[in-house]
Write a protein that binds this ligand. Structure first.
Ligand SMILES: NC(=O)c1ccc[n+]([C@@H]2O[C@H](COP(=O)([O-])OP(=O)(O)OC[C@H]3O[C@@H](n4cnc5c(N)ncnc54)[C@H](OP(=O)(O)O)[C@@H]3O)[C@@H](O)[C@H]2O)c1
Length: 186
């Protein structure tokens, strides 16, 4: 039931992250070194290179590594970075800085994606889009690690639960069973 079918290019808006088992997409200080040595399933990068037309991120992620692009150099899509002050952003080829409503940023990103998917690589933008009903799928790769602190996939203290269903299978509201063993070394 939970063997996912490959992602498809379909003009969807995806919140796409590698996430720790306890729900963090980055450690404190936005660090993602905890992903070192954690592998994806065979062919996963090629799958997302083929299906992703554009990426929407936030200024904090951009400023941490200006010019960095997701995936390998085989991915040629456009990147959009949302910021309230685009005038002092470090420019790079294929990157457009937007200062607009998140819904407008999604419209621009989907247009650039040309029928492939728009991936949102920012939890804060993802939260804004979830509140507006503008995320089609949450697409996660759950890493076998507990972080205990950091940047959450979804941080919305005091907010109401957001109900989800599985993208496929006959039990849309079922729990997924996972089981891990402790590894002594870090
Ligand atoms: N695990 C993974 O797979 C993965 C992948 C990608 C990223 N990440 C992590 O995700 C984190 C980055 O995401 P983040 O959400 O913390 O920060 P972020 O989205 O990169 O940056 C937040 C900034 O985006 C701008 N912004 C957000 N909403 C806006 C709006 N409605 N209008 C205008 N500007 C807006 C603001 O910039 P201004 O202050 O300039 O206005 C805001 O300060 C990092 O920790 C990164 O390591 C993890």
């Amino acid at each position: 039931m939970f063997d996912l079918a490959p992602q498809q290019p379909a003009g969807k808006v995806l919140l796409h992250f590698s996430m720790s088992l306890d729900g963090f997409v980055a450690a404190p200080d936005d660090d993602v070194n905890w992903l070192t040595g954690i592998t994806g399933r065979d062919g996963v990068e090629e799958e997302y290179i083929a299906t992703t037309g554009a990426v929407l991120g936030g200024r904090k992620g951009w400023d941490r590594a200006p010019g960095a692009r997701p995936y390998s150099e085989d991915w040629k899509g456009e990147i959009f970075v949302l910021t309230h002050h685009p005038e002092d952003a470090t420019p790079a080829p294929g990157v457009t800085f937007l200062n607009c409503d998140v819904a407008e940023a999604v419209r621009i990103g989907l247009e650039a994606a040309k029928g492939r998917n728009l991936e949102v690589h920012s939890p804060t933008i993802g939260r804004q889009l979830l509140e507006r009903g503008l995320i089609d799928e949450i697409d996660l790769h759950i890493a076998p690690v507990l972080l205990g602190d950091g940047i959450r996939l979804f941080d919305n203290p005091g907010g109401l639960p957001i109900r989800l269903r599985h993208a496929q299978g006959s039990q849309p509201r079922a729990e997924i069973d996972v089981r891990y063993h402790f590894v002594a070394e870090a």
